[in-house]
Write a protein that binds this ligand. Structure first.
Ligand SMILES: Cc1cc2nc3c(=O)[nH]c(=O)nc-3n(C[C@H](O)[C@H](O)[C@H](O)COP(=O)(O)O)c2cc1C
Ligand SMILES: CC(C)CC(=O)C(=O)O
Length: 388
């Protein structure tokens, strides 16, 4: 009851972020919220949207607004997908299931991370909505092949290869808080956790939280995990290159997505290997700091490969206007990561529902105010570029 009331007092994603900050131990909030190095790219991702203004067209009948579009062969009800994010059950005990259910309810894609805390099979059973599995290639290639097979058998519609994590970004907030799975016990972290009794209660009374898709390897001892950073450096394969992307695509019959593209050259290579879509992404500013904001790279990439491959943009989206600016610059759809994670941490499934509702309502209202009835009306003419 109190949660519902608090969620109803959240009027935008930033309000959900503030509530999430209260609900979570600092190390977990910092893991969601933080970026790499000086967090320049983290900030730039959102602030770069301010360089574009939206134009309003007067006297258009906007009594009916259609937000639907088709992405990866599926009709979706609004142009925003839920991005893959690791370890969701650490932020709320219902984790991936809660997000997958709400994505399906809102008529969009859910993406499950390799490093999820709910298994591929459980998410497959949980939702009939459109879903994509995201792969990180492990040194153990049989494991990667196994992931693809499991995603196929569990009814996933698309496969997404993330290519911007050849090494773990330097996330100093996590180094300072000692963010680990399971949490590291220090006097500070114990105090932090104790100040969040509701989180502790759920943590202790639900099933063990583990990296569900690789847990069997960890139990066998071949996937040793002491903390995430070490896991990534020991298990992920830094030799992965375009030939491996082709190999990965050859294992999958359906739509194949390359996530983490930030240049025209790489976008062209994704077209060459026959990918269905790219996600223009800098991993939400969590990897290479000083990478440009994704919205800055979109026009060049759209000019070069728009129409040959679907363009999905993520990183920094917190407002409906951000989505509309991306669509006007040539994106086919957007993805959100933190926006729904703040909702999840703030209030579980109802919190995710609130995040989705807020963004979707903003997009619809903004389209009315712009005089756009459908997404195809959102074109470059809707933009005014301010060179600051
Ligand atoms: C807590 C967290 C965990 C993430 N885990 C993954 C992951 O496992 N795989 C992946 O491809 N991207 C991962 N990402 C990146 C997101 O998919 C997405 O690119 C990013 O969140 C977009 O930026 P935004 O959070 O500003 O929307 C993660 C992001 C966050 C915030
Ligand atoms: C364990 C990480 C590699 C998951 C991830 O992609 C992230 O935290 O951004």
């Amino acid at each position: 009851m109190i949660h519902q009331w608090q969620l109803s007092r959240c009027f935008n994603i930033d309000d959900l972020r503030k509530l999430a900050k209260k609900r979570l131990p600092a190390s977990l909030f910092g893991y969601i919220d933080g970026g790499s190095d000086d967090e320049y790219t983290l900030r730039a991702n959102t602030s770069a949207f301010d360089r574009y203004s939206l134009m309003q067209k007067a006297l258009v009948d906007v009594s009916e607004i259609d937000l639907s579009t088709t992405v990866l062969g599926k009709k979706i009800d609004w142009p925003v997908l839920c991005a893959p994010t690791g370890m969701s059950r650490m932020f709320h005990h219902e984790g991936e299931r809660a997000v997958a259910r709400e994505a399906a309810k809102s008529g969009t894609f859910y993406s499950l991370s390799t490093l999820s805390t709910t298994s591929i099979e459980d998410v497959g059973r949980e939702t009939d909505g459109p879903k994509m599995f995201q792969v990180y290639v492990h040194k153990d290639r049989e494991l990667s092949r196994e992931f693809v097979q499991r995603a196929k058998s569990s009814g996933f519609d698309a496969l997404c290869l993330t290519v911007d994590l050849p090494a773990h970004g330097n996330r100093e907030r996590d180094l300072r808080t000692g963010m680990t799975l399971p949490p590291k016990l220090t006097a500070k972290s114990v105090l932090d956790v104790l100040l969040h009794p509701a989180w502790v209660y759920h943590y202790l009374t639900t099933d063990a939280i583990e990296l569900a898709n690789v847990a069997h390897k960890i139990r066998e001892g071949s996937g040793e995990v002491s903390n995430l950073l070490q896991y990534v450096s020991k298990q992920f394969d830094p030799t992965v290159c375009w030939e491996d992307a082709e190999w990965m695509k050859s294992l999958w019959d359906g739509p194949f997505v390359v996530k983490g593209i930030m240049s025209v050259e790489d976008a062209r290579r994704a077209v060459d290997i026959g990918a269905s879509a790219i996600v223009i992404s800098n991993h939400g500013g969590r990897q290479l700091d000083s990478s440009p904001a994704t919205i800055e790279m979109l026009p060049k990439i759209a000019d070069a490969v728009g129409g040959q491959i679907e363009l999905i943009l993520d990183s920094g989206i917190r407002r409906g206007t951000h989505v509309l600016k991306a669509l006007a610059l040539g994106a086919d759809a957007c993805m959100i990561g933190r926006s729904y994670l703040y909702g999840l941490a703030a209030g579980g499934q109802p919190g995710v529902a609130r995040a989705i509702q807020l963004l979707r309502t903003e997009i619809e209202l903004d389209m009315k105010l712009m005089g756009c009835r459908q997404l195809s009306d959102v074109t470059a003419d809707c933009l005014y570029f301010r060179d600051q």
